[in-house]
Design a protein around this ligand. Structure first.
Ligand code: NAD
Ligand code: UPG
Length: 413
C-alpha cells in the first residue's frame, strides 16, 4: 500500500515485530518484501506501532489479525479479531472504513458491523487471497478483488473508497467484485475449500494409482490439459499444510454445521482425511523402504517449510513426517533453505546436517535446491544407502534410478 503512494501505519500488538519492521526487517521470509519494506520506511510513507492510537483518524483500517483454529475444536478462534476491534473503536472517526481481511466464518462481518456502527465508521469485507511466498505479487497483481458491504449509502461509500485505494491493481486489470458482507466472507472460505479439494482429489487418485501400478503425475498432466480442469493444484504427494488451508476447511465445515448445513460440506471432512493420510503414507514408505527397521537409522529429510519460497512451518506436512520418523527412533536430520530456524525453534531435537551417511533421503518440500540442483550422483557420494523417497513427486525418477538409487514416489511408478 505504501509503494502505491498511500500513507500507511501498521499496527501489531507484538512489540518485537514492530521494532523489527521499523528497522526495515520483515519478520518472515517473503521474496521481494525486504525491498518494498525498506523503500516504504525510507520514504516515510510506512510506519509501525504497537498502540492502536497510532491509527487514529485513518480513512481505511485493514483488519488482518490471525484467526487460528481454536484449541478446543475445529472452529476459528476469533478472539484476536474482537480484540483488534476493541483497540480500534476509540480511534475510529465517522466515515472511516474498516476493511476486514482476516479469514472468518460467515456471519462474523455482520456482527462486527454492528459493533462499529456506533462510531459512524463503516465495515466492509475484503477477503485476502494471497499465497505465502507470492504475497508481494498477489497483492500488487491480484487475480480479483472482492469487497462486501451493506446495501446502504455508507456501504456504497465504503466500496468507492476501497476502489480508490486499489486503483493501481484495478487499472492493471484486476476484476473488482462487489457483494454483500456474507458473500464476501463465503468467497474466501469457498476458494480455500476448492483448492484443498483439488489437492486431495489428486492425492486420492495417487492412492488408487499406487494400488493399480499407475502413475499419478502422468495422470495429473493428462487431466490438466483439459481446460475445464487445469493443471494447477494437482500436485500430488504429502499434501497441503500451512497456516491456511487445513484450519480454513475445518472452520468452514464447523460454521456450516452451526448453520444447520453440515451435510452440504461433509466432503470437506474427507478432503481433510485424505490429506492427513498422505503424511501416514509417507512415513510408511520410508519404513518399508528401510525394510521395516528405522530405529537408529539415519534419515535425511529435505524440507521443513510447508511449501517452497516460505519459512513457515505452521502445520507443515514436511516437518510432521520428520518428527514422526524421529518418534520411531530414527536419527533424523532435517535441512531447509529457509525454514530451518523456525523448524528448530519448534523441534530443537532435529539436527541440521543432511545427506552425510544417510540410510535414506526423504524429499518433503519441493525447493528448487532439491528438485533441480541436487544431483543423484553427488548425493550418492554422501549417503550410506541410495534410497530416496520423493514426498512431493518432484524429482526426475529416471535420473535417480540411473544413478543407482531406489526411488519411491507417492503414487508414481
Ligand atoms: N498467511 C497467509 O498467507 C494468509 C492469506 C490470506 C488470508 N490469511 C488470513 O489472514 C489472517 C492473518 O493471517 P497470518 O498468517 O498473517 O497470521 P499471523 O498469526 O502470522 O499474524 C497475525 C498478526 O496479528 C497480530 N495481532 C494479534 N492481535 C492483534 C491486535 N489486537 N492488534 C494488532 N495486531 C494483532 C499478531 O501479533 C500477528 O503478528 C488470518 O485470518 C488468515 O487466515 C492469511
Ligand atoms: O498442487 C498443489 C498445490 C499446493 N499444495 C500444498 O498446499 C499447501 C498450500 O499451498 P498454497 O496454496 O500455495 O499456499 P498458501 O500460502 O497456504 O495459500 C493458500 O491459503 C491462503 C490463505 O488463506 C490463500 O490466501 C491462498 O489463496 C491459498 O492458495 C502447501 O502445503 C502446498 O505444498 C499441494 O500439495 N499441491
Amino acid at each position: 500500500m505504501a509503494s502505491l503512494g498511500h500513507d500507511v501505519v501498521g499496527i501489531d500488538v507484538d512489540e518485537g515485530k514492530v521494532a523489527d519492521l521499523t528497522a526495515g526487517a520483515a519478520p518472515f521470509f517473503e521474496p521481494g518484501l525486504a525491498e518494498l519494506l525498506e523503500e516504504g520506511v525510507r520514504s516515510g510513507r510506512l510506519r509501525f506501532a504497537a498502540d492502536p492510537a497510532a491509527a487514529a483518524g485513518a480513512e481505511v483500517h485493514f483488519l488482518a489479525v490471525g484467526t487460528p483454529q481454536s484449541a478446543s475444536g475445529p472452529a476459528a478462534d476469533l478472539r484476536f479479531v474482537d480484540a483488534a476491534i476493541d483497540g480500534l473503536l476509540p480511534h475510529l472517526r465517522p466515515g472511516a472504513v474498516v476493511a476486514g481481511k482476516s479469514t472468518v466464518p460467515v456471519g462474523t462481518a455482520a456482527r462486527l458491523a454492528r459493533r462499529i456502527a456506533q462510531t459512524g465508521a463503516t465495515l466492509a469485507w475484503n477477503p485476502e487471497f494471497l499465497r505465502e511466498g507470492w504475497a508481494v505479487h498477489d497483492t500488487l497483481r491480484p487475480d480479483r478483488l472482492v469487497v462486501g458491504a451493506e446495501d446502504t449509502p455508507q456501504g456504497a461509500a465504503a466500496v468507492d473508497l476501497l476502489r480508490r485505494v486499489y486503483a493501481a491493481a484495478i487499472d492493471a486489470g484486476a476484476p473488482f467484485l462487489v457483494t454483500d458482507l456474507a458473500t464476501a466472507e463465503l468467497v474466501k472460505g469457498a476458494a480455500n475449500a476448492f483448492l484443498a479439494t483439488k489437492i486431495s482429489f489428486i492425492n486420492a487418485m495417487a492412492e488408487i494409482a499406487e494400488a493399480a501400478g499407475a502413475d499419478v503425475t502422468l495422470l495429473a498432466e493428462a487431466l490438466g490439459h483439459d481446460s475445464r480442469i487445469g493443471r494447477r493444484y494437482l500436485g500430488s504427494g504429502i499434501g497441503f499444510g500451512g497456516g491456511c488451508l487445513p484450519k480454513d476447511i475445518r472452520a468452514f465445515a464447523a460454521r456450516a454445521q452451526e448453520l444447520g448445513r453440515g451435510e452440504a460440506v461433509g466432503f470437506l471432512h474427507e478432503v481433510d482425511a485424505i490429506n492427513l493420510r498422505r503424511r501416514d503414507r509417507a512415513v510408511r514408505l520410508v519404513v518399508d523402504a528401510l525394510g521395516g527397521l528405522v530405529f537408529g537409522r539415519r534419515i535425511a529429510v529435505l524440507g521443513a517449510a510447508f511449501k517452497p519460497f516460505s519459512d513457515d512451518v505452521r502445520d507443515s506436512p514436511a516437518l510432521e513426517v520428520a518428527v514422526r520418523l524421529r518418534g520411531l527412533g530414527a536419527d533424523v536430520v532435517v535441512t531447509d533453505p529457509a525454514a530451518i530456524e523456525n523448524a528448530r525453534a519448534r523441534h530443537p531435537q532435529l539436527g541440521d546436517e543432511a545427506l552425510r551417511d544417510a540410510d535414506a533421503v526423504v524429499v518433503v518440500t519441493e525447493w528448487d535446491e532439491y528438485r533441480r540442483e541436487l544431483h543423484p550422483q553427488h548425493a550418492g557420494g554422501l549417503v550410506r544407502g541410495r534410497i530416496v523417497i520423493d514426498g512431493r513427486n518432484c524429482l526426475d525418477a529416471d535420473a535417480w534410478r540411473a544413478a543407482g538409487w531406489t526411488y519411491h514416489g507417492m503414487g508414481r511408478r
